[in-house]
Design a protein around this ligand. Sequence first.
Ligand code: PMP
Length: 460
Amino acid sequence: MVNVSASTSKIQELSELDKKYFLHPTTVPKAFIEEGPKIIFSEGNGIRVKDIKGDSYIDGVSMLWNVNLGYGQKELADAAHQQLSKLPYSSSFYGYSNEPAIRLAEKIVSLAPGKSSAVFYTSGGSESNETAFKLARYYWSLKGKSEKKIIISIKRSYHGATIATGSATGIEGFHNFSGSSGNDMIHAKGHLTNCELGDKTDPEYEGCIRDVIEKEGAHRIAAVILEPIQGAGGVHVSPDGYLQAVKKLCEENEVLFIADEVISGFGRTGKMFGVNHWEVEPDIICVAKGITSGYSQLGAVILSEELRETLVQTEQILGHGFTYSGHPTACAVGLKTIEIIERDNLVENAANMEKILKEGFVYLQDKHPHVAKTRAVGLLAGFDLQADRDNDVPFEQSIRAAKTVVEECFKRKLILRAADFEVGKNIVAVAPPLVINKQELEEVIGIIDDALTSFEKSLG
Ligand code: PMP
């Protein structure tokens, strides 16, 4: 990284322009126009990213769980440059095609679990899930079951920001934002309640996926969508047996199983796909983020053989698509991303780093009494902060435990993410780029250690 920091007047200017013209997503606008941007990023290398003042930060969450190869990957820049120079864009509508999109589709299908057989391209995760919902309903209508329209998702899930995917999202603030809601979207209780595993003694048993299917009638359900490991909702790992149980339930009721692998796809969890941990074969897999490591905007919907076969038998037009479906430059970056993941054994690295991270978590848990429920699957990890972990007692809301610890980390130049959407939950997410090494991961743990000490002092 070149150390060229901007002058104070330039920083001031950008900050004023930002406050005036740029409406930021998932940000409190009133606070933003008072305080201005927290940080203006300018460049990065490896796991580190710099701001325009020249300060260097470790990116402990790969920005939005997407910059999996870290920063400064020249090969990705070259792949984009070459494709931009040759053919920056071409459409995939009306039978038009391009080589990077064709080659990437073949590559994705070769990596995807089970009988995956074709890819529909999008520009990101929300579009992928939105597409999955439409294709699931379309599939059933082609099968003569057009009543099957309901999409079931579970609490604490995050599936996107469009009307339908926002409705599927089981996090209050996103789900209810602006009063927009999609039709035929139902939330069920999730795996934190154990209900799918048949634990009828669980007080939250009512309302699990099985009950929703029974209540609404299987003839009305199109699909169930799940993240194998919930990300934004607080890094909740599916308990063993859960995904298999849901898949079985889906098969018994002619319901499609959609795996939202927007975060967990392409190596993040120490396997190529999150579902590989439980050997479940979804009917549809939605991906985005890690497919290009954030170097370009791309998503994909991977379809099972059965879905593809049904969709290609009809004379009807597939009346769905985006201008940027199969974008050649994005696909060229995707191909190079996967090449690097495979060549540099990054899936394996994520699996190896899980061990280091878990050791670090044990150390943190031993030293800091408020650290609870640590978990890591590959490099998708997190921990809870609790007032009394032995008795499962949460911190008072006003303490803002997760936010405070994340702030303390930020002061020490480590970027992490707080998940405190749910009342009484204070979760800190850790998901560094897959290129991270042991020494760097230990540095991350060291900073969290210091931040926790400072947080504990503030409690008095
Ligand atoms: N699904 C999951 C699991 C996600 O984490 C996200 C984004 N955080 C999305 C879908 C939506 O992706 P995008 O923001 O690219 O539309």
